[in-house]
Design a protein around this ligand. Sequence first.
Ligand SMILES: [Zn+2]
Length: 362
Amino acid sequence: MKAWLTYDFNDMRLEDVPMPHAAPGWVVCKVRCLEVSVTEVAEFRGLPLPSHDNIKRLLSDKAPLQLWGHEFSAEVVEVGANVTNVKLGDRVFYHRGVPCGACKYCNAGMARLCRTVINVSEDTPGCLAEYFPVPASTIVAIPPEISDKEAAGMQPLVSVLGRMETVGIEMGDTVVVIGQGPMGLFCTQIAAVAGAAKVVAIARRDPVLEMSRKLGATHTINATKVDTVEAVMEITKGLGCDVVFECAGGSKDQGHAGVDTFIQGLAMLRNEGRIAEFGHLPVGSMVPIGPIDKKGLRVFGLRSPAPKMINYAIDLVASKRVLIEPTVTHVLKGIEKVPEAIEITGNKAKYGAIGPAQVVLV
Ligand SMILES: [Zn+2]
């Protein structure tokens, strides 16, 4: 069987490797549809993300290895001993939602606070392959109402829901979503479902903002044409918004906004407003404490999704209240197309892409 093996940053090769087998607690999956996340593209290029040192160590210790690829729809084709949550023939996706059971929080009975999840595609082989082994505890079966394309985009949806749950949306809130990539479009759709009175989508491309409107935004702002803080103040009659989901930040080397949009988010919040960062900001990123202190803002960081959010994600997609397929603008066919998918996903504006490019294997 074929798998993409990573030798170094910017060096990935398609090779024949032995067929994997399922150890106890694991299954072997046949990949049906995959996507390489924007974050993984940045990691592959060696950009200074929080994960960079770990990736560097993995490459120096273990290369070549089956690195990257945790967004997939895959079929369970072999089941190891002691696996009860999935069965042969199930279509599954990875949700990243399992406490480790061994850290200080898990030992103290606070598994909800565990951050030591199993990172499929770093701690275990990734899905840039025809088949790959995966711990059964990290995956969940999907119902027939969910397509392979949708399932491949569901890991980020679960991740978004985990963080949105901690921030909370109250009925009648004005929610601003900065950035309308896949994460931002999820925030836009979920805010509309979760009771926001106004959902304000901010992006730099008009076709993307048209999509935001179709998916539930009540207001759209093109950040290249107006001052976004002023525009939000106008929409909220000078009060400021209740919630900001910041989904445009990240390394400027990859076309993201650095911390600029986070700082704008602080400026557009009302007193005691809430803000969550969804981008992967470069290590050492600095933001001013002034507006946080002065307005009593609440800033929300990473959290692992509760099991309830995994089921919620499945219900939202199966019932078509959250749409994933409109964000899938580029679909390629065949495992050999992975580098092309990386190129498109790493240069979405150039290719007119919204979500990551998908690669269909079956
Ligand atoms: Zn733990």
